[in-house]
Design a protein around this ligand. Structure first.
Ligand code: AMO
Length: 426
């Protein structure tokens, strides 16, 4: 099928399109069908003067959102959506839509998010919503572009696992033949094992499962994480990589998704570099927390308002970060810090990462200190016993990245079929 942008549009050129009947305008002697293809809305004009009576009869009772195929002649007309109309020679009705529609794909009536998600197949026909996902696809492409260019290898690691990864958040248990298993919370342990196998720079884009019970605008129970792990570098180097990646994505989308940004009505501002870096200690002072407290939504909001741009919070107390995080001893500090960071958007946390412990004995000790039994993690710990390079990495939430980039109210709007506490279908 040819979209208008691929077609050779001349006064007497021909075009072939297929799509949904977006709108029907009946002006008595003349009838317009607006046909929505993936990327365009194209006007097909049925006037008695130019179109056969048979064709006019064929579309007379056609329902909105039916799927049709049209072949016809292009005629320039400034009043039509793309500056031209199609005078049809052939119209095939490929699929008749039932009426009434459970949701209006023309943006004339705006439904509640829940109703939209219940009827997501129709909701995503709306050009504004479709544009979000066309951009999301391009964000993934930009990430691959950038990281492949830096010699990363893309990997896939198991999502059915035997142990917890992150601690803190709960796991979803599943039955695995005669044993209990879980849906993985993060590729963390596997991406680290791959450093021991010598892959040096890995990228994974995949689902993470978090059995968090709260229902907020920024939490999902199945999210998509962009995970990287890099050997022979420290936390500051992967922070730089993350910052560069964010800029690259924004620039890529500005250049390659201009049309979709316009459809959504977004003027994408490239974040300013370098991102500000504040220590945990500075951050708690700003929001009046005491040492050892974590930031809740309220504090995140306060910090975000104060800073106003993307920023890093680094040097977290070790006890607030997972067991695999490298400790950081600082002169004059009694508290043990860590070589860790979170990347924050003024609205929400986007990523977290760290340099990792690569010493077997220290890693085992940190597990024990947190009440974990190292015997349950031998598949992971063994990788540290026979030569493990120093390494660092991060996990970036794709859903939150798209939400913040496109200024969406709720992270669910950035996910085609979100999973949350109440939602398991569609
Ligand atoms: P963390 O648990 O901070 O770190 O997750 C990394 C990023 O993933 C996204 N994310 C979520 N997005 C939506 N809903 C959720 N429930 C959710 N949980 C996480 C966030 C978050 O910043 N292993 C470490 C990463 C690392 O150190 O490499 C990890 O999983 O954007």
């Amino acid at each position: 099928m040819i979209n208008s942008k691929d077609a050779n549009i001349t006064d007497d050129g021909y075009i072939e399109i297929a799509g949904w009947v977006h709108e029907i305008r009946d002006l008595g002697g003349i009838r317009f069908l607006l046909v929505r293809t993936r990327d365009d809305i194209i006007q097909v004009t049925f006037s008695k003067r130019k179109v056969s009576g048979e064709l006019i009869e064929k579309v007379k009772t056609i329902s909105r959102e039916s799927v049709i195929h049209v072949k016809g002649r292009i005629s320039k007309d400034e009043r039509a959506p793309n500056g031209f109309e199609v005078i049809p020679n052939i119209v095939d009705i490929l699929s008749v839509a039932e009426s009434p529609l459970p949701l209006d794909p023309t943006d004339k009536v705006v439904a509640e998010l829940d109703t939209r998600l219940d009827n997501r197949f129709l909701d995503m026909r709306r050009p504004k919503v479709k544009s979000i996902f066309m951009i999301r696809g391009l964000v993934v492409r930009a990430i691959r572009d950038f990281l492949y260019g830096k010699n990363f290898v893309e990997v896939t690691t198991p999502k059915i696992v035997a142990t917890a990864t992150e601690g803190g958040t709960a796991l979803f248990p599943i039955s695995y033949f005669d044993r209990e298993a879980f849906l993985n919370q993060s590729p963390q342990l596997y991406k680290q094992i791959l450093m021991s196998s010598g892959f040096e720079r890995v990228l994974e884009i995949g689902p993470i499962f978090r059995a968090e019970e709260h229902s907020t605008r920024k939490h999902l129970n199945e999210a998509t994480s962009i995970d990287v792990e890099v050997s022979y570098v420290d936390d500051s180097e992967v922070m730089k990589l993350l910052e560069e990646l964010i800029i690259y994505i924004y620039e890529y989308i500005n250049v390659n998704a201009d049309k979709y940004l316009k459809t959504i009505g977004i003027d994408l501002k490239i974040p300013t570099r370098p991102f500000r870096q504040i220590s945990y200690e500075e951050a708690i002072e700003i929001v009046d927390l005491k040492w050892g407290d974590d930031f809740g939504s309220l504090e995140e909001k306060k910090l975000g308002n104060e800073i106003g741009e993307h920023y890093f919070i680094k040097e977290w107390p070790l006890k607030l970060k997972p067991y695999y995080t490298m400790p950081l001893e600082k002169k004059g500090k009694t508290e043990i810090l860590s070589k860790s960071f979170d990347l924050m958007h003024p609205r929400v946390e986007l990523a977290s990462g760290s340099q990792r412990i690569n010493d077997y004995a220290l890693l085992k000790k940190q597990m024990e200190l947190r009440g974990l039994n190292p015997d349950n993690f031998s598949f992971y710990l063994d990788a540290f016993r026979y030569g493990m390079p120093p390494h660092a990495g991060w996990g970036l939430g794709l859903d939150r990245l798209v939400m913040t980039m496109l200024d969406l109210d709720n992270v669910r709007e950035a996910v085609m079929f979100p999973r949350d506490r109440r939602r398991l279908i569609p």
